[in-house]
Ligand binder design. Structure first.
Ligand code: HEC
Ligand code: HEC
Length: 640
C-alpha cells in the first residue's frame, strides 16, 4: 500500500490533470445545490487549501529548505485539516481526482479505467513522505507535488460552480465518510508517516457538523430538529474520543467503531429517512437506507452481480445452482464437480497447496474459498474474470478442471426430467425455461451469491454482543489495522482488497510470495500482468479475504504457507524483499514489522475469530435422476 517506487519522480503535466478532472465530473441535475451555506463552506475550504499550498510552494522552492522544514510541516498539517473537513464532499464529487492526484496511496497505479497508463503516486501522501519520511528531501519533487496539488484544488474550485448536489446527497456522502474512516483512515490507508489518523478524524467530524448546519438552514420548515441535535452531540462525542486518544498504535478501533461510528451512522440513516430527504436512485454497494452498517444487511448483493435489476426467482435459481455445483455430470468424465475442489467442509477450498487437475496432476494455483466470493468485482488471483458467470464458463471448459463442452453438458442435462422441471420453474417468465448454458451459469452464480459468511464472533461483536471477543482478539484487530498494516490492504469489514466504501476498485498487490517455504526465489507465477499487460503488475495478485482463514490453508496463490503463523512471519519479515528476494515493484513495505510473539499471537487470534460456516457447510443429499441408469451412480460433489 505505502511503498513508494524509487524510480523517476513525477513527470505528469498539469494538462493531464485538467483532462482527468473534466472527465470525472459528477453532477446531478434533479435538484439545486444544497445550500449557499454549504456551497460557501466547501468553496472557502478549497480557497484556503489553494492559498496554503501556494505559500508552501514558495517556501519549498529553495536551497534553504532545511531551515523552512518546520514551517512546511506546519503548513502541511493545516492543509490536511482543511482537506479532511471537506473530504467527504471531494470523494463524493471527484473520486477520480482524489484517487489519482489528491490522496492516493504511495504506489504506482494502473487500472482499466486509465487503460495501460501507469500513474505515479501524487498528492498529499507523496508530500507527507517528503516532509516526514525521508532523510533528505527531494526538493524538485516536493515543489512539483505541491504545485500539482494546488492545481488539483484549483480545478476542483472551477468545477464546484457547476456541481449540483442536494441535501440528500450530503447526508449520503457523510454515511460513506463514516465507512471510509472505519475502513481506511483508521487502518493506515493515509497519514502513514505522521500517524495523525485520529486527529484527522476530528476534522472530518467538524466538517460533518458544519455541513449539517448548512442543511438545517436550508430546510427550516420541516427539519427533523431532534435528529439533528442528537447527531451533532454524537459527532462531538466522537471528536472528544479522538482528541483524548491520539496515539495511532493504541487507538481502540473496535471500541470507536461500535460506540461512535455506528451510532452516528444510524442517526444519519434516520435523518435520511425523514421525508424531506429522499434517497438518490443510485445503485451503490451499500444499502444506504439500512442502519446496520458493516453487517450483511447493509450490503446490496445485487450491486456485485451483473443482474442488478433481476430480483425474480432468485431463490429457486440458487437451489438449482446448488445442485449443478455438486453435480459431476457437468464434467467430461462425470466424476468431477465444482465441489471436488471447492469443498463446503473446508470453506469451499480443498486443503491442497494447489488444486488437483482433471488428469489428477497439479493445477497452477491454490483453490480459493468461495465464501463471500460475491463481494468482489474481479475473480481469480489475477482478476481475469469480471463476473461469476464468466468465471464458471472458464472452469467448465478448462481441460485441466472439468473438461466439458457446452453441447455435452446441455445434452446430458436434457436427459433428466428433473433438471428440465427445475429449469422451467426457476426461470419462469424468462427466455431461459428450457435447459441452456446461460441459465446454467446464472443458476450457479445465484448459488454462489448465497455463500455469505458474516456471522462470525467478530461480526457478532460488531453487532453489539461485546462478550464475543477476548481482549487478545480485540487487540489483535487493532494490530491488524494498526502496527501490522494488514488492514490497509485487507479492508474492514470484508477484509479483502475491494476498496470501501464504493467497492468498485479491486486492488492487486505485489507482496513477493516465494516459490517454496524458506526459498529466496520468487514464485514464477506472473500474476496480474498477464491480464493487464502493465509491467507494475508482474507478480501482483488480487488481495483475498482473510475471513475464514482458519479453514482455507494452505495459503497464498501457490499454497506455499501451511499455517497462519507462517503467513504472519512472512509479513513480519517484510514480504519477499524482506526475505531477500529482489522485486523492485513490491507494494508491501519491506521493513520488518517488529511484531513481538505476543502481538503475532493476538493477530492470529483475531483472524481465527473471523470463522463462520453456519449453514454453509452442507451439500445436497441427492442429485436429480437421469434416464441413463449409469449416470445415477454419480457421487454428490464428485469422485475426486
Ligand atoms: C480442479 C479444481 C477446481 C474445480 C473443479 C473448480 N474450481 Fe473454482 N477454482 C479453482 C482454482 C485453482 C481457482 C483459482 C484459479 C486462478 O486464480 O487462476 C478457482 C477459482 C474460482 C473462483 C474465483 C474465486 C476468487 O476469489 O477469485 C470461483 C468463483 C470458482 N472457482 C468457482 C467455481 C465453480 C462455480 C466451479 C464449477 C463450475 C469451480 N470453481 C470448479 C479450482 C477449481
Ligand atoms: C500490500 C498489501 C497487503 C498487506 C499489507 C497484507 N496483505 Fe495479506 N495478502 C495480500 C495479497 C495480495 C495476498 C494474496 C497473495 C498471493 O496469493 O500470492 C494476501 C494473502 C493473505 C492471506 C492468505 C489468504 C488465503 O486464503 O490464501 C492471509 C491469511 C493474509 N494475507 C493475511 C495478512 C496479514 C495477517 C497481514 C498483516 C500482517 C497482511 N495480510 C498484510 C495483500 C496484503
Amino acid at each position: 500500500m505505502f511503498y513508494k517506487f524509487m524510480g523517476n519522480p513525477i513527470k505528469v503535466g498539469v494538462l493531464f490533470i485538467v483532462v482527468i478532472i473534466g472527465c470525472s465530473f459528477f453532477s446531478s441535475n434533479d435538484s439545486a445545490f444544497s445550500s449557499t451555506e454549504n456551497y460557501n463552506y466547501v468553496n472557502r475550504h478549497t480557497n484556503q487549501l489553494i492559498s496554503i499550498l501556494d505559500k508552501s510552494v514558495l517556501l519549498a522552492d529553495s536551497i534553504f529548505i532545511e531551515k523552512r522544514l518546520s514551517q512546511l510541516r506546519a503548513n502541511y498539517f493545516i492543509a490536511r485539516s482543511y482537506y479532511k473537513h471537506i473530504e467527504c464532499f471531494l470523494e463524493y464529487s471527484s473520486p477520480f481526482d482524489v484517487k489519482y492526484f489528491i490522496n492516493g496511496p504511495l504506489v504506482k497505479k494502473s487500472d482499466l479505467e486509465i487503460g495501460t497508463r501507469i500513474v505515479d503516486p501524487h498528492g498529499f501522501q507523496v508530500i507527507e513522505e517528503q516532509l516526514f519520511g525521508v532523510d533528505s528531501i527531494d526538493v524538485p519533487l516536493l515543489v512539483s507535488e505541491l504545485t500539482l496539488l494546488r492545481e488539483s484544488f484549483k480545478g476542483f474550485k472551477n468545477k464546484l460552480k457547476n456541481i449540483n448536489i442536494n441535501d440528500s446527497q450530503i447526508i449520503e456522502m457523510m454515511q460513506f465518510e463514516m465507512i471510509r474512516i472505519s475502513s481506511l483512515t483508521l487502518s493506515g490507508y493515509d497519514a502513514s508517516f505522521t500517524k495523525t489518523n485520529s486527529l484527522e478524524c476530528i476534522s472530518v467530524f467538524e466538517g460533518c457538523r458544519a455541513l449539517l448546519d448548512g442543511i438545517k438552514k436550508n430546510n427550516l420548515k420541516s427539519y427533523p430538529t431532534e435528529n439533528h441535535l442528537k447527531l451533532i452531540a454524537q459527532l462531538r462525542l466522537a471528536e472528544n474520543y479522538c482528541s483524548i486518544n491520539k496515539n495511532y498504535d493504541s487507538f481502540n478501533r473496535l471500541f470507536f467503531i461500535t460506540q461512535h461510528i455506528k451510532p452516528i451512522y444510524k442517526q444519519l440513516v434516520k435523518m435520511h429517512q425523514a421525508t424531506i430527504f429522499p434517497y438518490t436512485q443510485v445503485d451503490y454497494a451499500i444499502n444506504l437506507n439500512n442502519e446496520k452498517v458493516f453487517e450483511k444487511e447493509s450490503y446490496n448483493i445485487n450491486y456485485f452481480s451483473i443482474h442488478t435489476v433481476d430480483t425474480f426467482g432468485l431463490a429457486s435459481q440458487a437451489k438449482l445452482g446448488e445442485l449443478l455445483f455438486f453435480d459431476p455430470v457437468l464434467s467430461g468424465n462425470n466424476k468431477r464437480a465444482c465441489a471436488s475442489c471447492h469443498n463446503p467442509e473446508k470453506a469451499f477450498t480443498d486443503g491442497f497447496e494447489k488444486g488437483v487437475s482433471y488428469e489428477k496432476s497439479v493445477l497452477d494455483r491454490n483453490t480459493p474459498s468461495l465464501l463471500n466470493t460475491i463481494f468482489q468485482k474481479n475473480f481469480f488471483y489475477d482478476g481475469r474474470a469480471r463476473q461469476l458467470e464468466q468465471q464458471a464458463n472458464d472452469v467448465l471448459h478448462n481441460q485441466k478442471e472439468m473438461n466439458s463442452t457446452i453441447e455435452d453438458m446441455i445434452s446430458k442435462l436434457n436427459q433428466s426430467q428433473e433438471y428440465q422441471q427445475l429449469f422451467k420453474r426457476s426461470f419462469k417468465g424468462t427466455p431461459d425455461t428450457v435447459i441452456n448454458y446461460y441459465g446454467m451459469l446464472k443458476a450457479i452464480a445465484e448459488y454462489e451469491k448465497t455463500l455469505i459468511s458474516m456471522n462470525s464472533r467478530f461480526d457478532k461483536y460488531i453487532k453489539g454482543d461485546y462478550k464475543q471477543l477476548t481482549k487478545q482478539e480485540i487487540n489483535g484487530y487493532n494490530l491488524f489495522s494498526g502496527k501490522a498494516l494488514c488492514g490497509s490492504c485487507h479492508f474492514f469489514p470484508l477484509f479483502n482488497g475491494l476498496v470501501p466504501p464504493i467497492y468498485n476498485d479491486t486492488e492487486y498487490e505485489v507482496i513477493g510470495v516465494p516459490e517454496k517455504m524458506n526459498s529466496k526465489e520468487i514464485d514464477k507465477d506472473q500474476g496480474r500482468i498477464v491480464v493487464s499487460r502493465v509491467n507494475i503488475h508482474q507478480y501482483a495478485f488480487k488481495t483475498p479475504t482473510v475471513r475464514n482463514s482458519a479453514l482455507t490453508g494452505p495459503y497464498m496463490h501457490n499454497g506455499v504457507y501451511k499455517t497462519l503463523d507462517d503467513v504472519i512471519d512472512f509479513y513480519n519479515k517484510g514480504g519477499g524483499q524482506g526475505l531477500g528476494i529482489n522485486i523492485p515493484h513490491q507494494t508491501l513495505p519491506f521493513d520488518s514489522l517488529q511484531l513481538t510473539k505476543q502481538e503475532i499471537s493476538n493477530i492470529k487470534s483475531f483472524m481465527l475469530s473471523l470463522t463462520d460456516t453456519t449453514g454453509l457447510n452442507k451439500r445436497p443429499k441427492k442429485l436429480p435422476l437421469f434416464k441413463d441408469e449409469t449416470l445415477n451412480h454419480r457421487i454428490v460433489g464428485g469422485e475426486y
